[in-house]
Design a protein around this ligand. Structure first.
Ligand code: UD1
Length: 360
């Protein structure tokens, strides 16, 4: 089995860590890095820390609008797939790199496998939602993290074969949490105490690209009544640079520490010991769940609805009062249900890919 994997940004590097090494035990994988994320802090450090095989090909696409970035990736991927002629193209998640990989594979007549298929926020204004829907309907093997995702695909009558495998990002969080606890000095480095601070991430286009929304985000962060560590994503950094008054407000917030983007181990370490996560990220919501950290999500909807149903995640939009109430709420008592496959999703993905034969 010859597989070409297309990855390009931070969450995909994490997901590949659960699959790539295993896949190379049973077949030949060639990894193409689109270059959507090119900063070392968003790319190289993840390969180092997670032991992901170095990509065989680098496309160096870089930044741009969604349309422009996706178009340039597609133009570069076409000839790559023509040359490789793999048996399968593998993509992860919902980014522009995912869409470009899936579409290039489908157009080359190569079966496409999508890990994290079927996730839906039902908000078509999110570029990620558009990417997910398009990728799922271009894919042949739809590998789902949750039963809700399986149901979403059935409702949409997706043509590909649907399999429930669990969540590969949860695998990685579970297996690397002890490593992070041992190796990372992030608590000392950021001057916070076990269980006494909040970890913040915010970069969703819908929250940072519009000045009025960005101001509401700043209001929420100013109101957090605990010490807080906020590693600032390049998109957010750029939007704050264009709105200096807002950036100064964040810099002046007495309990908020702004920081550069974190590597995986430092992120996992800070997350594991936080009293709560405040985020608009998709992946971090489930990472918080598997680590037993309450999550306050700065969005009106989530793809990871089971974390909300289990009482560990609260959707607050950008509303200060709702966010504060959610931060004060104690974590649910009792066992957390096993929602994401118990750390074995990567093995299931490997086995399904190794056994895949395209229908006649
Ligand atoms: C992308 C994904 C998003 C994912 C996020 C994880 C899409 C549509 N969005 O968003 O779903 O949650 O990655 O981080 O694919 N930049 C740098 N250095 C880099 C990469 C980007 O400075 O290494 C800057 C770019 O110049 C641009 C901004 O960050 O200004 C946005 O980058 P881009 O990759 O387009 O989208 P993300 O916001 O990272």
């Amino acid at each position: 089995m010859r597989i070409t994997t297309v990855i390009g940004n931070r969450p995909q590097f994490v997901k590949a860590a659960a699959v790539s090494g295993r896949l190379r035990e049973v077949g030949k994988e060639t990894t193409i890095h689109t270059g959507q994320h090119y900063d070392d802090a968003l790319s190289a450090i993840f390969f180092e820390e997670l032991g992901i095989p170095a990509p065989e090909r680098q496309l160096g696409i870089g930044s741009g609008s969604n349309t422009d970035q996706t178009a340039r990736m597609l133009a570069a991927l076409g000839p790559e797939l023509e040359r490789e002629r793999p048996d399968l193209v593998l993509v992860y998640g919902d980014t522009n790199s995912t869409l470009a990989g899936a579409l290039a594979g489908a157009q080359a007549g190569v079966p496409v496998a999508h890990v994290e298929a079927g996730m839906r926020s039902f908000d078509r204004t999110m570029p990620e939602e558009l990417n997910r829907v398009l990728v799922d309907h271009a894919s042949d093997l739809l590998l789902c993290s949750t039963p809700v995702a399986v149901e979403n695909l059935r409702r949409e009558s997706a043509a590909g074969r649907v399999e429930l495998v669990g969540d590969v990002m949860a695998d990685v969080a579970l297996s690397f949490a002890p490593v992070a606890a041992q190796r990372s000095r992030a608590l000392d480095h950021h001057g916070v105490e076990e269980g006494a601070y909040v970890l913040v991430t915010a970069h969703r286009a819908g929250n940072v690209d519009h000045p009025a929304r960005l101001e509401r985000l700043v209001e929420v962060l100013e109101a957090v009544p605990f010490d807080a560590v906020f590693p600032v994503h390049p998109r957010t950094r750029a939007r704050l640079a264009a709105a200096p008054a807002l950036r100064e407000r964040l810099e002046r917030a007495p309990r908020l520490r702004l920081a550069p983007p974190l590597g995986y181990l430092d992120f996992l370490r800070l997350l594991s010991s936080a009293r709560a996560l405040v985020t608009d990220s998709g992946g971090a919501q489930k990472e918080a769940y598997v680590l037993g950290v309450p999550c306050v999500t700065l969005r009106d909807r989530t793809e990871w609805v089971e974390t909300v149903e289990a009482g560990w995640n609260t959707l607050v939009g950008l509303d200060v009062a709702t966010a504060l109430a959610a931060l004060e709420r104690p974590a649910p008592a009792g066992e957390r249900p096993e929602l994401y496959g118990g750390g074995h999703a990567g093995e299931r993905v490997r086995d399904l890919l190794a056994a895949y034969t395209a229908p006649p």
